[in-house]
Design a protein around this ligand. Structure first.
Ligand code: S6P
Ligand code: ZN
Length: 202
């Protein structure tokens, strides 16, 4: 047996992930069902320091759900070369003039990018590059968003119904929440005269 055959017969480090029954995205709701799907709920108490008016945030119902995330993990976290898939359900609401939003993060491996696809509702994908330049892309049913590497991302619900979006990202991307929690974004999306306006931080 030559070395080539030996190699071919080696057990691969990782193989196809068998998921039975298959994972489903319920297209009428965005809900994921199946094996290896996990959920996280973020409540108002988890949103410390996210909003300009922290006193106002603290005065609100701390148990109120701000968003839920379901993630399908076909491989273990940090594995190179794999992909994850998720649905985020972001509630409508305001903290002062700021919309309910996700915490936001860079990827721990900063070069890793991501796709977002909006299913329902209206929102804004807020993107900040490493030079702290912040922009936003409006989200509505069917909008597809590419989050480049080295870019912090956060979503705000600018509508009056649940904003539901799908995401796909590399399994070794990881999440760096700490940098955003320390520095924030360089601009805040605020509701001004009924519309979302990005206001630079002083
Ligand atoms: C993961 C992806 C999304 C977010 C989700 C919640 O890379 O960007 O699944 O995790 O939208 O946002 P956050 O900022 O709390 O993770
Ligand atoms: Zn991400």
């Amino acid at each position: 047996m030559n070395s080539g055959e030996n190699k071919r017969n080696e057990t691969p480090k990782t193989g196809p992930t068998k998921v039975n029954p298959p994972v489903r995205v319920h297209l009428g709701s965005g809900v994921l069902t199946g094996d290896r799907v996990q959920s996280v709920v973020r409540i108002m108490a988890d949103m410390k320091g996210v909003y300009r008016d922290e006193e106002l945030r603290k005065s609100l119902d701390q148990q109120a759900v701000v968003y839920r995330v379901q993630t399908f993990y076909p491989v273990v976290e940090d594995e190179e070369g794999g992909l994850f898939w998720g649905t985020t359900f972001l509630q409508p609401g305001l903290v002062g003039d700021e919309y309910f939003m996700t915490k936001g993060h860079y990827h721990a491996k900063p070069s890793r990018g991501e796709f977002y696809l909006t299913l329902f509702g209206n929102g804004a994908l807020i993107l900040m590059d490493e030079k702290h330049h912040t922009v936003f892309e409006p989200m509505s049913a069917g909008t597809l968003h590419y989050v480049p590497g080295h870019t912090a991302h956060r979503v705000a619900n600018t509508g009056d119904q649940v904003l539901t979006f799908l995401a796909c990202w590399p399994s070794d991307a990881g999440h760096d929440y700490e940098t955003i929690s320390r520095q924030g974004f360089s601009a805040r999306l605020r509701k001004m005269r009924g519309v979302p306006v990005l206001v630079e931080e002083p």
